[in-house]
Design a binder for this molecule. Structure first.
Ligand code: NDX
Length: 253
């Protein structure tokens, strides 16, 4: 372990992230945005694009800041490449996705919690790869790196394509819901979530790290539950919803 690495915050942050994932499953309630504004319906809202931009910004800015300012502390090119993948995902999520999306106004209270979450996760993943990770020079040819990066890119592709399919269901200004069709939506209601989960599982494999594993676990809990809620929502409001379609995992669940 490099001398400049403090292990306690890494362990505490990873444990907190995993515990949040478990808490999400324990509560079983959908987070109050999009289809489920519920109790926050009368609370202050922001336009969805502005809210997603602000919420996700720390997940990009903090790791990039560490990457740029502490590049000498990085334990070699593999750590920089891996942190670069994380930043690439959040570049898209912060600077592209919010400017294209056609979502309903987003509750400020959820935005605040999401911002805190993204700050903590951005710091955790960035700190670990900047100060703690150690990879041998041959990490690029290790099966964990190769398979992990493959899954990361595959998942990101599925996620971006599925978010595109959802966007096409609305004209600008509309907030109606329709049945998503095409791509992995043919098989599951949460195709965008399945892509994102595959992405973070790949990232955990490629980085072989506790913080990334904790984030993959959190994403599986949060997005898996959200996929289940979306599936039930569709079954409830669309009589003609495809019976063959599952919630998250094709043919299984
Ligand atoms: N943001 C990750 N809980 C979350 C914000 C809220 O990036 O403390 C998790 C993220 C945060 C959450 C975040 C963490 C947990 C928090 C929670 C708030 C409280 C909670 C902090 C940080 C908390 C406890 C206490 C338990 C720990 O109108 P609309 O918005 O529904 O429109 C939608 C549209 N759409 C449709 N349009 C027409 N017809 C249809 N049938 C449609 N279905 C959907 O598509 C949207 O405009 C758009 C996408 O909607 P949806 O619902 O499919 O996806 P969404 O949940 O909005 O996620 C968008 C993307 C997606 O690619 C997803 O994979 C990714 O972001 N994401 C989202 C959430 C978390 C995350 C990734 C991750 O964990 N990796």
């Amino acid at each position: 372990m490099p001398v400049h690495c403090q292990q306690s915050p890494v362990l505490a942050g990873s444990a907190a992230l995993a515990a949040l994932g478990a808490l999400v499953l324990y509560q079983r309630e959908p987070s109050s945005y999009g289809k489920y504004t519920g109790s926050l319906a009368a609370a202050p809202h922001l336009p969805a694009g502005a809210a997603w931009f602000l919420q996700e910004l720390p997940s990009f800015v903090l790791p990039v800041g560490m990457l740029v300012r502490q590049s000498r502390a990085l334990s070699g090119p593999p750590a920089a490449v891996l942190l670069g993948l994380f930043c690439a995902h959040y570049f898209h999520r912060t600077f592209v996705y919010p400017f294209l999306m056609r979502g309903r106004p987003f509750p400020v209270a959820v935005l605040f919690k999401g911002f805190v979450f993204c700050t903590g996760n951005g710091l955790l993943q960035g700190y670990y790869l900047t100060y703690c990770a150690e990879y041998p020079a041959e990490w690029y040819t290790d099966i964990r790196f190769i398979l992990g990066v493959f899954l990361f890119i595959l998942g990101m592709g599925i996620n971006i394509h599925s978010d595109y399919v959802l966007r096409q269901l609305r004209k600008p200004g509309e907030v109606i819901y329709q049945i998503p069709q095409g791509g992995l939506f043919t098989y599951v209601s949460g195709a965008n979530f399945l892509g994102e989960i595959i992405e973070w599982i790949g990232y955990a494999l490629a980085t072989w790290s506790l913080p990334a594993l904790a984030f993959a676990f959190f994403s599986l809990c949060f997005l898996g539950l959200r996929a289940l809620h979306h599936h039930r929502f569709y079954l409830k409001i669309f009589e003609n919803y495809p019976k063959f379609r599952k919630a998250l995992i094709p043919f299984i669940f």
